[in-house]
Design a protein around this ligand. Sequence first.
Ligand code: HEM
Length: 517
Amino acid sequence: MFVRLTVKNNIPYRARKCVYRRASENFVGSEHASKVNEQGDNLMNFEDIPGPRSYPIIGTLHKYLPLIGDYDAEALDKNAILNWRRYGSLVREKPIVNLVHVYDPDDIEAVFRQDHRYPARRSHTAMNYYRTNKPNVYNTGGLLATNGPDWWRLRSIFQKNFTSPQSVKTHVSDTDNIAKEFVEWIKRDKVSSKNDFLTFLNRLNLEIIGVVAFNERFNSFALSEQDPESRSSKTIAAAFGSNSGVMKLDKGFLWKMFSTPLYKKLVNSQIYLEKISTDILIRKINLFESDDSKNDKSLLKTFLQQPQLDHKDIMGMMVDILMAAIDTTAYTTSFVLYHIARNKRCQDEMFEELHTLLPKKDDEITADVLSKASYVRSSIKESLRLNPVSIGIGRWLQKDIVLKGYSIPKGTVIVTQNMTSSRLPQFIRDPLTFKPERWMRGSPQYETIHPFLSLPFGHGPRSCIARRLAEQNICIILMRLIREFEIQWAGEELGVKTLLINKPNKPVSLTFIPRSS
Ligand code: HEM
């Protein structure tokens, strides 16, 4: 069954796009129609979507092999540009499963408009396998890995406290206190451009998520915690160890037959995160039973108050939080600092705004102050346009859909190529310039940007559960850092290494110069 596309024609830049449309249409293969949808339109064959040659069994996996292939498994942004140049705006590939890359924001919109009521992702397959074979610890593969009604059961309950603006605001003051400690620590320890600042941002974000999610301090900046065997160091390593193998394991299948080194790394990382989560969970349950814990605002407390959740659901969520929160927030903050440090004009604008909002350096950041920090927020948006943690959004089609007149069957994996499209002049003006003003209504440089061009947190009911919280945390960190220091970039140009999420591919090298007022 095929569904008619109805895409709103509300995008002023449409006219500019014609040039690109003509170019990409040259790549369209067979023009003959193979199917007819329920409106009687002829549809083109899925197999005729342009893309690299696919062989039986291996599909297009050979393209990722060193020496033979021209794709880089850890530079998906570069593969995406190659594909765009060679094949146009819709590209078919088959690394094991059928996959379609979608570049045109109109088509990206169409993908989400045709999405199933339970939007699915084909990711974290090995983690899902591991967790569902451990029924004494988990009920499901967790929110990241589960699809269908089981996903919705978890999502609908957990999201209440993650997404409501009111509950997110309750964490402002705790987060600000940790950010202030971080500023003092930078001053005391004299952080210099010789250090990779990303390692400190990982520690900072563990500390923030520890308090917000579990009311737990990891004391990540204590001297004893700098040891690689400490609790904080091992938690950060286990989160990275869980995330970094996901994409390769999703492409492979050998781990289903025997325990490959990558699968073992995933399992060991999961076991460590389980241990940390179990320790915290047991302690907090005892605390909540013995004491009314009035001052505890943590997400964990609210989870424990939900009668529809049991301890195994909560365990899965705690491990997911540790996996999803540290790297994403630290990488995003690294890239915003990178752009701000290299753009003096933008940094000056931001400081100006912060000086007005926080006349004294140690003035409190409140929810009201945050809501007025529009330059800071636009800078985060602009940095996420250029450097989103995810190259795009994956959807595992649960029903047939139509894109650009092609029939795309159920079971296909769609990857929306938002990072690449957000850097193309066909879709946005002056794409490689960092310009927060383009997001600011009222600014002469404000642009009407297609709402599906930049989707750093995904879209729809499956989008990032912690979007508001993550934006708030990054905003507070930036406000504290830029209010306190002039920041200069001392490293090389940053690109990304895709390990499920986009990590800076070189050290984050920053110089912090204290401001006098
Ligand atoms: C800048 C920071 C972050 C970014 C850019 C980000 C981005 C994303 C993206 C792109 C998705 C997939 C959305 C989709 O498929 O439509 C996602 C899902 C998710 N994120 Fe985040 N994220 C961030 C921070 C966080 C944090 C701090 C947490 C936890 C506290 C978190 C927890 C999750 C979870 C659990 C999911 C799966 C949701 C589901 O499948 O229902 N994320 N995130």
